[in-house]
Write a protein that binds this ligand. Structure first.
Ligand code: ADP
Ligand code: MG
Length: 234
């Protein structure tokens, strides 16, 4: 199953959620690959300390190497296809090849998670169309919900439905939007609630996913629950 993690608005937690969901699914015994689909602002590799690995998705999309050579197994058990941090790497990559690359390997995994960029450009359209389902990441504020609505509509236009909503960074601000209100506006179910958790920032500073960094933290528990929901056993 190919899941694109999208949001519309930037900085709401797509990369954090892609990485930690991939680790949580791997820990449940599901063979999971997470791909850095944000090829211009790649930072998935940072969480796994794979940002300098070469070849990366950029070389694959420049037809310089085989996709299998750019997939790395992380110590958590998750498989990662990172993009490099270099601008030259980005410039040489042809995103039109992305669907072909994903289709070549998707059968090898139980789950393929694509960490999508913000916005609704051409890259995004490719990521929405190729997915079986879209996971919408939102924060409990109106701008984030409004932008997620556009992603939902674009997904539907591409023939891809929403798997569910991940409500991230709850408990941070006074007067935030409630889950019922968010579900009503987006007409989709919330399948994961990730609280604001300083362990996420500390983990990233150490180039680690939060599940490995602090397995008992609120965020780790929340990502494990999300993974259980995704696999349908919860
Ligand atoms: P996106 O990929 O949507 O741009 P990121 O996953 O990069 O968003 O997250 C943006 C920032 O917010 C990062 O610094 C990340 O560590 C932080 N962050 C994300 N989710 C949480 C959370 N639940 N609690 C605390 N910090 C978070
Ligand atoms: Mg990101």
């Amino acid at each position: 199953m190919i899941i694109t993690v999208a949001s519309g608005k930037g900085g709401v937690g797509k990369t954090t959620s892609s990485a930690n969901l991939a680790v949580a699914l791997s820990k449940l015994g599901k063979k999971t690959l997470v791909i850095d689909g944000d090829v211009s602002m790649a930072n998935l590799g940072l969480i796994f300390d794979f940002e300098k690995n070469n070849p990366s998705l950029h070389e694959v999309l420049a037809e310089e190497c085989d996709v299998k050579d750019a997939i790395y197994k992380h110590k958590t058990g998750a498989y990662i296809l990172p993009a490099s941090l270099s601008i030259s790497g980005y410039k040489k990559s042809d995103l039109d090849l992305f669907p072909e690359v994903v289709n070549e390997i998707s059968d090898d995994y139980d789950y393929v998670i694509i960490d999508a960029p913000a916005g609704l450009n051409k890259d995004m359209a490719i990521h929405l169309a190729i997915a079986d389902k879209i996971l919408l990441v939102v924060t409990p504020e109106l701008f984030s919900i409004a932008d997620a609505m556009k992603i939902k509509e674009s997904g539907e236009m591409a023939g891809t439905n929403i798997l569910g909503i991940v409500l991230n960074r709850t408990g941070k601000d006074f007067g935030e939007m409630g889950p019922d209100e968010i579900e009503m506006i987006l007409e989709e179910k919330i399948i994961g609630v990730i609280p604001e958790d300083p362990n996420i920032r500390s983990a990233t500073l150490k180039k680690m996913d939060v599940i490995q960094y602090s397995p008992k933290s609120p965020a780790s528990k929340a990502y494990t629950e999300l993974a259980l929901k995704v696999t349908g056993s919860y």
